[in-house]
Each structure stands twice: as structure tokens, then as C-alpha cells.
Design a protein around this ligand. Structure first.
Ligand SMILES: *[C@@H]1O[C@H](CO)[C@@H](O)[C@H](O)[C@H]1NC(C)=O
Length: 195
């Protein structure tokens, strides 16, 4: 039997964690829905967007051309077994940060729509989706103003009891990863090929 003091300490730690966790979900206006995560259910979102003076279809074709990523990105590799991509395709994201060992995450495609230029996947996690569901949506939308421009958007949202842990562990990491890739690599690459 654990001692009363130990139990009391655990209860105190639990209460402290609960207090921290309570205040950490993102504001409803800051979360974005994904196919299986409504705005109401989402615990958090980490996202990125960029505008390009280029046709939306051209930007889209670069974003989903995973086999060519190695030519312009050193921070992200996306490997799928077979192409063309379809719902149910399983792939691996290999994220590399300077001075750190590469990190691998497995994902499964849940939406791929080349007309609407939407790609969505869910993370394949070692816990059940009722405890934690993480989904990423990537989209390229044509802008009417200014004409000739489009916007690339990418966001991860998560839900479930373990989603609260993500708020103060991996949220910042995801955000920084998406930004490093987006600002420093995708933007440079798109601007170099459409210029
Ligand atoms: C999530 O949404 C997609 C597309 O709307 C669907 O195919 C899939 O079965 C849903 N459920 C899970 C758990 O991924």
C-alpha cells in the first residue's frame, strides 16, 4: 500500500495538473475544424498560411508532390508507399530539426480532393482516437482579391482527453515545424519556380 503522504502528494499533483490543463484549451475563435474534429470539440490548433502570386493549381501541385520534397526541403520528408495518393494511403512524415535526430510520424489520408485542392490526414497514434485524435488539413485557395494570388493553409487540430497534454507539450513544436517548413522552404521554393 502506498503511504498516505504519497497518496496526498499524488492528489496534490493531480489537482495542480488539472488546474493547469483547465486553462490551456485554445480560445474557440482560434481553433479550426478538421474532417472529424468540430470547432466545438477541438482542444487546440497549430497552423500556418502563406500567400503566393501564383496560380492555385500550380501551388497545389507542388504541395502534394511529396516525392520532390527532397529537392527543396531539408526539414520535412513525406514518404507514401504508392501514388497516386488516395483515401487510406498510409505515409510517414520525417521531420528534421538542426542538431536533432529525425522524428517520424505515421499518417493516413482521409481526404484527397484535387479539384477543391484539399488534403487531410490523421496521425496514426499508439492510443485510441477517443483519447487523442490529431488531424492536419492542407488547402490551396484561389483569392479573388488581389487577383492572381492564392493562399496556402495548413493546420493541425486535436481533440480528446490527451489533447490537453498536447497544449503544453507539442503545440509549440508543431507550430515551429510548420513555420520553418512554410516560411523558409515552401515560400522560397514556390517563389523561385513561379518567378
Ligand atoms: C474522418 O473523416 C473522414 C472523411 O470525412 C472519414 O473518411 C473517416 O472515416 C473519419 N473517421 C476517422 C476516425 O478517421
Amino acid at each position: 500500500m502506498p503511504s498516505r503522504a504519497l497518496l496526498a502528494a499524488l492528489v496534490a499533483i493531480g489537482a495542480l495538473l488539472a488546474a493547469i490543463i483547465q486553462i490551456t484549451p485554445d480560445k474557440r475563435t482560434e481553433v479550426l475544424p478538421t474532417p472529424n474534429i468540430s470547432q466545438k470539440e477541438a482542444v487546440g490548433t497549430a497552423g500556418y498560411s502563406a500567400r503566393f502570386h501564383a496560380p492555385a493549381d500550380e501551388v497545389w501541385s507542388k504541395v502534394v508532390d511529396f516525392p520532390s520534397y527532397h529537392k527543396w526541403s531539408s526539414s520535412l520528408k513525406v514518404d507514401f508507399q504508392g501514388y497516386p495518393l488516395k483515401v487510406g494511403s498510409v505515409g510517414t512524415l520525417v521531420t528534421t530539426k538542426p542538431g536533432k535526430a529525425p522524428e517520424e510520424n505515421r499518417v493516413e489520408i482521409i481526404i484527397i480532393d484535387h479539384q477543391a485542392r484539399i488534403l487531410a490526414w490523421r496521425a496514426i497514434l499508439p492510443v485510441s482516437a477517443s483519447l487523442l485524435l490529431v488531424e492536419r488539413v492542407q488547402q490551396v485557395a484561389e483569392l479573388s482579391d488581389p487577383p492572381g494570388w492564392c493562399e496556402y493553409r495548413s493546420w493541425d487540430s486535436w481533440k480528446g482527453p490527451l489533447g490537453y497534454l498536447m497544449q503544453w507539450t507539442v503545440k509549440k513544436v508543431i507550430k515551429e515545424g510548420i513555420r520553418t517548413w512554410g516560411d523558409q522552404e515552401l515560400t522560397k521554393y514556390i517563389n523561385s519556380v513561379v518567378a
